[in-house]
Write a protein that binds this ligand. Structure first.
Ligand SMILES: [Zn+2]
Length: 452
């Protein structure tokens, strides 16, 4: 009897273990199967037939004789999104949708899985991509533009780039090709320079009740904690309101404003707009920036408020903050893939999602007027007569080379709700705004044509 009882117990134990194992498998299967699927196939091996831009032009068709666009400029402007056949660039965006592309289904498995039947429709427009790349010229950098109402990215360009039909031979240490296989818009983080004054200004508007009545004096330089902070060219801006200080991009005034805001509020504001977080954009996890004023002295707080400290910002994330100012607090989150279909059947369609609240509505309204004032007074290239542009430029000092030029903002427009960011590495002061002007014009033309 004892023998039978122990055998029964053993059988029950084994049955229990089997049941537990099966349950664990099914739970994990339902949670992770899309991931397993995505990682078990290379993107060009199976299911992508075509990748189209927002106008329906073919950017990538691995199963056809013509793998890429016939236009070399389009190939160079989009290779980082669709990947190259040599595998230097991981097409994260396509990988994200491999289950949908192949018609993968949790219940039925890979039903209807045929070679080359998946179609991916992007939100970017190849003609805008090429305008952006041309405007950057041979300089390194990135350009991003998106619709802050819907989240559609119209332009996401990175430079340097290459033609996938004629890839360069890259020698180790050749600085011309630094970061060649990286999409800077998603995967880089930069010293923001004075575009960060838009974060300091937001913090001041939200927390200092009489900030609009205050005046800040600039004599060209200011001593903070024994160290001198200068305005560009040592120019003395005199007495200014915060609005004038922003238009002048006055370092001396912003050193004072940053002290008044204080490190903990500035830190909280940077975190609230997501500087230190990543965004997920169709397979891309944006590089988190950094902002840490723990234990910072007054001098560091001043430099952080000016945008020249150790803080780093990701371009895509900062563009989203521009969208949030334009939208009165929360922006649509950016995305690249509009639709995925397999065997002619729709498997995925993007739906707009909104960011967390980045700025109060009141502060956003005031900042919008400040940023438009910047454009009218300072940025001739984007001072369009027909659309209200709001922006801020920045120049980030880089040891031993020409400074990086940044430019960020948005169109305050019902018809053209676009937010943008431009970075021109080693471009020198003022290099980014003409690039923005060319790209915004191209975006407006495309959206105008689409509305007809
Ligand atoms: Zn000044």
């Amino acid at each position: 009897m004892k023998n039978i009882a122990s055998r029964t117990a053993m059988a029950l134990l084994l049955a229990g273990l089997l049941l537990f194992g099966l349950l664990t498998f099914f739970i994990r299967y339902f949670i992770f199967s899309d991931d397993w699927f995505s990682h078990s196939h290379s993107s060009d091996g199976l299911s992508v037939e075509r990748v189209l831009d927002r106008g329906g032009k073919v950017l990538y068709a691995p199963k056809s004789d013509q793998t890429y666009s016939k236009n070399a400029a389009v190939r160079r402007a989009t290779v980082h999104l669709v990947g190259d056949t040599k595998g230097y660039i991981d097409p994260l965006m396509l990988r994200q949708y491999l289950p949908e592309l192949a018609g993968f289904d949790k219940i039925n498995g890979t039903y209807g899985m045929q070679s080359g039947t998946g179609v991916v429709e992007l939100t970017v427009e190849s003609s805008i991509q090429t305008v952006a790349l041309q405007a950057l010229g041979s300089r390194k950098g990135t350009v991003g533009v998106y619709n802050y109402r819907t989240g559609e990215i119209l332009c996401a360009v990175t430079s340097p780039t290459f033609d996938p039909c004629d890839p360069p031979v890259v020698e180790d240490g050749d600085s011309r090709w630094d970061g060649l296989y990286l999409h800077r818009f998603f995967s880089a983080a930069y010293t923001p320079g004075s575009i960060f004054k838009l974060v300091t200004t937001a913090a001041a508007l939200e927390t200092i009740p009489d900030i609009l009545d205050q005046h800040f004096t600039c004599t060209g330089s200011i001593k903070v904690n024994g160290e001198v902070i200068r305005c560009q060219g040592g120019k003395a801006h005199g007495e200014q309101t915060v609005k004038e200080a922003l238009a002048n991009s006055c370092n001396c005034a912003f050193a004072q404003i940053a002290q008044e805001v204080g490190p903990s509020v500035l830190q909280r504001k940077a975190e609230q707009i997501g500087v230190t977080q990543s965004l997920f954009v169709d397979g891309y996890r944006t590089r988190a920036g950094s902002f840490d004023l723990t234990g910072a002295d007054k001098n560091r707080v001043a430099w952080a408020g000016i945008g020249q400290d150790v803080d780093l910002v990701n371009p895509c994330q900062y563009m989203t903050y521009m969208g949030a100012i334009a939208s009165g607090g929360r922006a649509a989150l950016p995305y690249l893939v509009r639709r995925v279909s397999s065997n002619g059947e729709e498997r995925y369609r993007a739906e707009p999602q909104r960011s967390q609240i980045m700025i109060t509505r009141d502060a956003a309204e005031v900042l919008t007027e400040f940023m438009h004032n910047n454009v009218v007074r300072m940025y001739a290239p984007v001072n369009f007569s027909d659309v209200k542009v709001c922006a801020k430029s920045g120049t980030a000092e880089v040891a031993g080379s020409n400074p990086t030029s940044t430019f960020a903002g948005f169109l305050d427009s019902e018809k053209y709700p676009l937010a943008f960011v431009v970075v021109v590495e080693e471009g020198g002061s003022g290099a980014a705004s003409p690039v923005a002007a060319a790209v915004l014009r191209a975006c407006i033309n495309v959206m105008y044509a689409e509305s007809k």
